[in-house]
Write a protein that binds this ligand. Structure first.
Ligand code: IDP
Ligand code: MG
Length: 139
């Protein structure tokens, strides 16, 4: 058993649609512990930094516009194999193709507006969590 942390972000579509409780509840019921949780609004610079691996891709500017279009809810959760398990729970990127039972599979019909973000590796988690949270939040 490897206890890990990962970053979950409920994107502006999820917040606008009233899915905050639903998404948090799924991770809690799975057995994860919430380490830190906050609502915030990403500015353009933060969003560009957060999604910097996608800079230059055709969807980058739309993605930055989308993720800055309203508040998001960010949380760090902790539990066994958190990174891999959270990715399984959110499902494939494209909500139209994500398996039913996953968050995206149950709540999204879009490749862009797909409700939720979860870090895809330990390195991504460490980089992304540092953008949205301070050291003191994660102590
Ligand atoms: P992921 O969120 O499943 O890790 P990534 O490929 O890392 O998917 O893409 C980051 C985010 O960019 C996606 O969650 C989605 O919001 C958006 N995105 C990805 N591919 C496309 C696309 O082809 N068109 C529009 N938006 C996209
Ligand atoms: Mg990704």
């Amino acid at each position: 058993m490897a206890v890990e942390r990962t970053l979950i972000v409920i994107k502006p579509d999820g917040v606008k649609r009233g899915l905050v409780g639903e998404v948090i509840s799924r991770f809690e019921r799975k057995g994860f512990r919430i380490v830190a949780l906050k609502m915030l609004r990403m500015d353009k610079r933060t969003a560009e930094e957060f999604y910097s691996v996608h800079r230059g891709k055709h969807f980058f500017s739309d993605l930055v516009e989308f993720v800055t279009s309203g508040p998001v809810v960010a949380m760090v959760i902790e539990g066994d194999s958190a990174i891999e398990v959270a990715r399984l729970m959110i499902g494939a990127t494209d909500g139209r193709k994500a398996a039913p039972g996953t968050i995206r599979g149950d709540y999204s019909l879009s490749v862009q507006e797909n409700v939720v973000h979860a870090s895809d590796s330990k390195e991504s988690y460490e980089r992304e969590a540092r953008i949205l949270f301070g050291e003191e939040d994660l102590a």
